[in-house]
Design a protein around this ligand. Sequence first.
Ligand code: 8DG
Ligand code: CA
Ligand code: CA
Length: 490
Amino acid sequence: MALVPLKRRRRVARSPPAEPPGPGRFPSVVLCLVERRMGASRRAFLTQLARAKGFRVDVAYSAAVTHVVSEQNSGAEVAQWLAQQRGACGAGGDPALLDIGWFTESMRAGRPVEIEPRHRLRVTVPAAPHGGLMASYACQRRTPLLHSNQALTEALEILAEEARFSGSEGRSLAFTRAASVLKALPGPLGTLGELGPLPGIGEHSRRVIQDVLEDGVSAEVERVKLSERYQTMKLFTRIFGVGVKTASRWYQEGLRTLADLQVQSTRLTRQQQAGLRHYEDLSVPVGRGEAEAVSRAVQAALQRVLPGASVTLAGGFRRGKQHGHDVDLLLTHPEAGREAGLLSQAMSWLESQGLILYQHSQESSFVLCEGPGAPGARDCMDRFERCFSILRLEAQRGQRGPGAARGWKAVRVDLVVAPISQFPFALLGWTGSQHFERELRRFARHERKMVLNSHALYDTQQDLSLPAASEEEIFQHLGLEYVPPLERNA
Ligand code: 8DG
Ligand code: CA
Ligand code: CA
């Protein structure tokens, strides 16, 4: 930045006058400059410059500060600085954490310029042990696959599932949030007291955590696991094509077993019939080796029908999981438009090879979101050309389970086609975890006034879509520190 002298050029007094000179010309803006790496003399110079232009600049942090400006500091460093300041002065406040670029542009403009995502420091607050600073959105945290609180998160996730089976989405989300926070802790939780003020852990979750910590199990969770309703709902919702509503209706009608369903098989959809037919195979988790074999088979099909088209393994496998309930594949082509019709051709080729046991395709129904008020601006998820399928996979070396003797195994595969311009959004959306995705969208909406889905990122304040050539750029637009796939296991 050439506008003002750098740290080493000492042309001004070392410290700025301590008292702020009244509200300034812009009463809604109170600046505070972070001295770290900026240096005392440059900070004094910038303070004088801003004050001369009519800005209020406070030397000490207080709850009144609205804009914290720093230079060459990371988001995490400034977040830590802010926590220290808040602790020292006992004040709260929720200032914007900005890079010097915002300050420079504002000085040039002679007024505080609008804060854009590129001005914000990207803050991912790492999980600190036990009551330390933890960011409240899961997309601001790093959540590895393996963590130290398995017994606790399993208990909470059973209650989350049970709540979902009962149609209580809010309660389910509360348990999921609590589990997600525990997954981000760097070590095992010893006592409830260590949790301190961690965000997103409600009373009920705390009780469950306490029970598991003290007794090794939660009586409530054990009751749920043994209940006929939970067990039946679990059995039914594992069937491909059966959601909570259908399973719940069947339960209320008195159905309890797969045999009960087989008797009534004419009532089942074609998809549910396929799910039931391959139930045994599909309830054995898909291994990474199998997922890669499926991916290779699809790549071979693409090579036949459209050389240059690519397939990317998304979902849990991209997050480092060794097993999953299905294989999520994302297809694209580097030239815009070439991907149209790709999926149906690839599926036809796979069909001709005898590899398709079931398929159900949906054509692309994507309409570009035109504005915050446009119909579907929020919910234009899932509009890609896609196929939910069951593929026949030849037995892999060392394969066990029902398919081993037969020489092949049925595997659930989701295929999605994205045009190259939307590929980073689709990849981000289809990598998961589901909770991580939900939190990204919630963060975008509440903290940035943006709408994120698997097609685009839309800034409702600027009234425009923000293009991105990579997942990293999407995080940048959102003012978030990049979270790699392996750490999205929220
Ligand atoms: P698993 O199969 O290993 O058990 O878990 P997973 O891979 O994490 O879950 P998944 O159910 O296969 O879903 C993977 C991601 O795909 C998840 O983050 C959400 C996303 N996803 C769906 N369905 C849809 C959909 O209809 N639209 C969009 N945009 N994303 C979806 O599962
Ligand atoms: Ca999956
Ligand atoms: Ca899937």
